[in-house]
Design a binder for this molecule. Structure first.
Ligand code: CA
Length: 236
């Protein structure tokens, strides 16, 4: 998916000056990435998006004139091909899930060193969904908290939650594949790890998408985490 002779453009939106500088410098350091556009406001980011769609959007969430989610949503409307990475101080479930629902393909916390950002963006272009480990763990925990099988929750029925019968049944193999996808491995890497042909992995992916009723990797990851279908502990 990544053309080794191409230089990919990155639209950077971050209101904190020093952070923006740090991110731009780190991204520009990578041979295959350049940041031709960097802005401090949502409005400027949206304007630029309409003018020249970038290959990658790298955005903060808390912006002085609005929420980064708006930029993510607009980018995803414009093109399915744009890769969208959130870089935020917010690691809570609501922000993360909203960003993924809006179309983000990666989500990193600002507490990490900026040096790896270029590599994370390239991984994303290759089909991974880089996500800070602490976020994945936090989300998984909060969904476990919501697990619908506690007796007292049955008495106070919450209609917006799907009944357990709605949780799709995946085979052991499909669960394995989904777990590696959720942890950010590309389809080819999953094939290597599980010792399967890429064709077989693709066919598992098709079944998984159909069972989860999703059309993309990020939707599959979202559903997998939300339904608690995978274990994404990083310490295994
Ligand atoms: Ca901010």
């Amino acid at each position: 998916m990544v053309n080794s002779s191409k230089v990919y453009t990155v639209l950077l939106v971050e209101d904190d000056g020093p952070t923006r500088e740090r991110l731009a410098t780190a991204v520009n350091k990578h041979d295959q990435l350049q940041v031709p556009w960097q802005f401090a406001t949502l409005k400027e980011g949206l304007n630029q998006l309409e003018k020249t769609p970038p290959d990658v959007v790298l955005t903060d969430l808390g912006l002085p004139d609005g929420h980064g989610i708006e930029l993510i949503r607009r980018a995803r409307q414009l093109s399915e091909a744009i890769e969208i990475m959130v870089i935020s101080v917010f690691g809570d479930e609501r922000n993360v899930v909203s960003a993924i629902e809006a179309g983000a393909t990666g989500y990193l916390l600002k507490d990490g060193p900026a040096d790896y950002i270029g590599e994370s963006i390239i991984d994303m272009l290759k089909g991974s969904s880089p996500i800070s480990a602490s976020i994945a763990r936090h989300i998984l925990k909060s969904f476990r908290h919501d697990a619908p099988h506690l007796p007292e929750e049955k008495e106070t029925k919450q209609p917006e939650k799907p009944p357990p019968a709605d949780i799709p049944k995946l085979t052991k193999r499909e669960t394995d594949v989904l777990e590696y996808i959720t942890r950010g491995f590309t389809f080819n890497e999953v094939a290597g790890i599980l010792n399967l042909s890429p064709h077989t992995v693709t066919s598992h992916i098709k079944h998984i998408y159909r069972k989860l009723e999703v059309k993309s990797r990020s939707e599959a990851v979202f559903e997998a985490v939300q339904l608690g279908l995978v274990d994404i502990r990083t310490d295994k």
